[in-house]
Design a protein around this ligand. Structure first.
Ligand SMILES: Cc1cc2nc3c(=O)[nH]c(=O)nc-3n(C[C@H](O)[C@H](O)[C@H](O)COP(=O)(O)O)c2cc1C
Length: 250
């Protein structure tokens, strides 16, 4: 196996970006197949592999998905307005309008998953004392495949966005894509060439998040620290959601 230098890998990881507006230019099918192949190799608890992917290239279907997503913005925004101004989510300080930037992408990979595969894991994980609650392992499994898709996209010189699908949108998407009742839709991953460039966003420093041998209490954050942290996050990442026109991408 050809060895990948760790510094090259780090470069890839650091330079992968969530891009919220993609060019409509087509992407070769072979590249999409390799991206899907990478996702197939994601880790999952007990190798349960809950993921299934719907590759959507049809322009009409993509437009319908974009419109369904846009219709969801009003509800997200309405709830976000109840927060203090400096704590509102970056994408919803104003009501986003128009076609979502991701809808321009030539390909969407819709990440579906089958919760019944959870049966593969140890019983304790979903009966009562699982890591992080009853559905945790299953959700981590799906997230791993979603991230793998996006890392492979970046490795292919392309860009993507993690478009979360909430439950009300999920129902409409399932009907549109004829997904069986037992499966869930978690995320839409549009893939294409980036329509703009973004600098690296803020990340917490390594010394803030790494403890050596034992938890270092000097790094413990109080609730006030966390509120201040979210304020800081909002400030640093707001530009990532701004369109050149000043409006918001979501
Ligand atoms: C569980 C999860 C949900 C996310 N949901 C969305 C989303 O709905 N829309 C979006 O634009 N980005 C979403 N993101 C992407 C994050 O906003 C993004 O990773 C973060 O701001 C850091 O930016 P970067 O990916 O460019 O490093 C999500 C990421 C994760 C892991």
């Amino acid at each position: 196996m050809a060895k990948i230098e760790i510094d090259d890998f780090l470069e890839l990881v650091r330079n992968r970006r969530s891009i919220r507006n993609l060019k409509p230019d087509p992407v070769p099918d072979e590249v999409i197949e390799k991206i899907l192949e990478a996702a197939r190799w994601a880790m999952s608890g007990a190798n349960g592999q809950p993921w299934e992917f719907i590759v959507v290239k049809d322009p009409e279907t993509r437009a319908k998905i974009g419109a369904l997503y846009e219709a969801n913005w009003r509800a997200i925004y309405a709830i976000e307005t109840s927060r203090a101004e400096d704590l509102k989510h970056q994408g919803f300080t104003t009501l986003p309008t128009g076609i979502p930037g991701f809808a321009n992408a030539p390909v969407f990979v819709v990440v579906c998953a089958d919760p019944r595969t959870y049966m593969a894991t140890v019983l304790i994980a979903y009966l009562f004392d699982g890591e992080g609650g009853p559905k945790a392992t299953y959700l981590k499994n799906v997230a791993n495949a979603t991230f793998m898709l996006q890392l492979a996209t970046a490795a292919s010189g392309l860009a993507s966005q993690w478009v979360s699908v909430d439950r009300s949108l999920e129902g409409k998407l399932k009907a549109l894509l004829e997904v069986p009742h037992e499966l869930e839709i978690h995320t839409i991953v549009p893939i294409g060439y980036p329509a703009y460039k973004r600098p690296r966003p803020y990340r917490r420093k390594l010394e803030e998040i790494v403890h050596r041998e034992k938890y270092d209490p000097s790094k413990y954050r109080t609730e006030e620290d966390i509120v201040a942290y979210v304020r800081h996050l909002r400030k640093t990442s707001r530009p990532a959601y701004k369109r050149p026109s000043g409006e918001t991408w979501a």
